[in-house]
Design a binder for this molecule. Structure first.
Ligand code: HEC
Length: 202
């Protein structure tokens, strides 16, 4: 198992180093290979990071930009966000595409048009946009700022205000590694403007 982990780690390091000058098709071929290796080598072990990453990559409701990123971390971040953290519940508004609401017994389709771009209102509080800004920073946050907001519940704007509604006192107990995985995933999702039509829960 350790040896297999080692080879995945090496492969991921290699993938992460791919330069911008590589042709798109060669690049995406490598990404697919990385995904398959992450998936196939430990697919029978549901309790490993690689197995979680494989599920994460398969359930991400948007296309992911894996350039210069570690696919294992991105996949794990997707698993935590989309299968555990319920971040989408509040940070995507509305949650589902028209006709895709599982609560109405429709086949689930997550609303990729505004995925994690915020807009769900809770009284005076609005869930913010977590997608990458023009510099590729999720919600405009460095990893240090993101980690601090998750751990302490302090608004990353530096005002010292405590975030309300956001269950930071729960999700902030994750390991540094898991928070890094979430952050890597947020870097890989499509950049979107702040949700132009905020509103309360339907
Ligand atoms: C119950 C709803 C809810 C859930 C679930 C939730 N959030 Fe939030 N989140 C909010 C709201 C609302 C705010 C803004 C609160 C405020 O302004 O006081 C917020 C703020 C944040 C912030 C601070 C960013 C900023 O610019 O203010 C981060 C980072 C964040 N959420 C990440 C996450 C992640 C990652 C998850 C999943 C692991 C998650 N949230 C789950 C509702 C939620």
């Amino acid at each position: 198992m350790d040896r297999r982990r080692g080879s995945i780690a090496k492969l991921i390091t290699k993938t992460g180093d791919i330069g911008m000058n590589m042709s798109r098709s060669v690049f995406w071929g490598l990404v697919v290979t990385a995904t398959l290796v992450v998936g196939v080598s430990q697919a029978d072990d549901g309790n490993s990071d690689a197995a979680r990453a494989r599920i994460g990559l398969s359930i991400a409701p948007v296309s992911l930009d894996l350039r210069h990123k570690n696919p294992l971390l991105v996949g794990l971040g997707s698993y935590i966000i989309n299968a555990q953290g319920s971040c989408n519940d509040c940070h995507t508004h509305p949650n589902f595409a028209p006709g895709g609401d599982p609560y109405l017994n429709q086949p689930e389709v997550i609303n990729s048009a505004t995925y994690l771009s915020g807009g769900r209102q809770f009284g005076p509080f609005t869930a913010p946009n977590l997608t990458p800004d023009a510099n590729g920073l999720p919600g405009g946050m460095t990893f240090a700022a993101f980690k601090n907001a998750m751990r302490t519940g302090k608004d990353p704007d530096g005002s010292g205000r405590t975030l309300q509604v956001m269950p930071w006192y729960v999700v902030g107990k994750m390991s540094d590694y898991d928070l890094r995985a979430i952050y890597e995933y947020l870097k890989a999702i499509p950049s979107l403007p702040d949700n132009p039509a905020p509103g309360p829960s339907p």
